[in-house]
Design a binder for this molecule. Structure first.
Ligand code: SAM
Length: 348
């Protein structure tokens, strides 16, 4: 079993208050944990039993992904990316990567891990597609200013300690008029406000006994191994119920070291350098309403997803007038946008 630690409020609070740079030992330690975690479990790979790297593996992952995230493809709009220089930050197993390449975009992936890059590279080899694959950090993108027309990132930047910095990096590498399409976890969602704050905390009491584990499995349809791991963590960690730990451990697996969730207001603050900033909320999991969730008609599920869903999509554009940037940057620094955003994102 993994020995990774979940990053709790006590480690995160000093970062938020002091606005330490990435080079600080605390931030690099968190980043190392994030990298180790994703290196050992490339995103989504757990949704299929097909042998990794085979055509059947990619096919079954994509089938699952676009069934569960039914609005994802139209939200990205692959058909409008022909000929564009597209950067994807955090490519996972390459589902969107393939679609960008098929739309004849000039595709580049950057990811903290070799695991995600190799699994996506393999997909491109099988399909005879062209792309660039670069290991790197969203907070220090290894690209020159103005290099891309579109930067896309789905479910990645909430796992890096300094999300606001990564969003400034996205702005730097976009060419004037270029667009960013970014998905972050949504703080004002049912999942955060009800499921994690209340249901999952109550579940922690159930998981202390074998009978409780069986009951939780029946209600929540979760893997036995995951529930057993939660049981172990509940025993080991006196701060298990700390909200930051709840968020880390109940979003991408019990050993996920760091997740953050953002409100629309904090997203707008982080994107204040950009223009045409729009947000949209998506993704509803029927298991959040045990018993009734799977009986709801599609129209109700869609409504729940758009008000109270878990995914906050942010669409934004880099201004065409370059000379405005230094002034806006100075304003941002003066208003302490980092501290404001972080103190909300990193849960006390
Ligand atoms: C939850 S997965 C998302 C993958 C994919 N976008 C998807 O939707 O399936 C998170 C990915 O983000 C990457 N990641 C986390 N922090 C990063 C950082 N600072 N820079 C680059 N990639 C990062 C991880 O390595 C991992 O591959």
């Amino acid at each position: 079993m993994s020995t990774l630690l979940s990053v709790g409020s006590s480690e995160l609070a000093p970062i938020a208050e002091r606005c330490m740079p990435f080079t600080s030992s605390v931030q690099s330690n968190i980043k190392r944990q994030v990298q180790n975690f994703w290196e050992n479990s490339p995103c989504d790979s757990w949704f299929t039993n097909e042998p990794p790297g085979t055509p059947a593996f990619y096919r079954s992952l994509d089938e699952h992904r676009y069934k569960v995230h039914s609005r994802l493809q139209s939200a990205v709009g692959f058909e409008r990316t022909t000929g564009l220089r597209v950067l994807e930050i955090g490519c996972g197993c390459g589902s969107e990567a393939e679609r960008f390449a098929r739309a004849s975009a000039h595709y580049t992936a950057v990811d903290l891990t070799n695991a995600a890059l190799s699994i996506t590279k393999r997909r491109f080899q099988l399909e005879g597609l062209d792309g660039r694959f670069i290991q790197g950090d969203a907070e220090n993108l290894p690209f020159a200013n103005n290099s891309f027309d579109l930067v896309y990132s789905h479910g990645v930047l909430h796992h890096t300690p300094d999300t606001a910095r990564a969003i400034r990096e996205v702005h730097r590498v976009l060419s004037p008029g270029g667009r960013a399409v970014i998905m972050l976890y949504y703080r004002d969602s049912f999942n955060y406000q009800v499921n994690l704050r209340l249901v999952r905390r109550f579940r922690a009491y159930l998981l202390k006994t074998e009978l409780g584990i069986k009951l939780a499995r029946k209600i929540g349809h979760e893997q036995m191994a995951e529930l057993q791991r939660h049981k172990e963590l509940i025993r080991q960690d006196p701060d298990y119920l700390d909200m930051q730990h709840m968020l880390n451990r109940n979003t991408d697996g019990p050993d996920n070291p760091l997740s953050q969730a953002f409100s629309k207001a904090s997203a707008h603050r982080m994107f204040c350098q950009y223009t045409n900033v729009k947000t949209e909320v998506m993704f509803w999991n029927p298991n959040w309403l045990p018993g009734v969730g799977k009986l709801l008609p599609r129209s109700i599920e869609d409504r729940l997803a758009s008000y109270w869903g878990w995914h906050l999509w942010i669409y934004a554009q880099k201004r065409r007038l370059e000379f405005a940037h230094p002034v806006r940057l100075q304003r941002m620094a003066a208003s302490g946008v980092n501290a404001q955003v972080r103190s909300e994102a990193l849960v006390a």
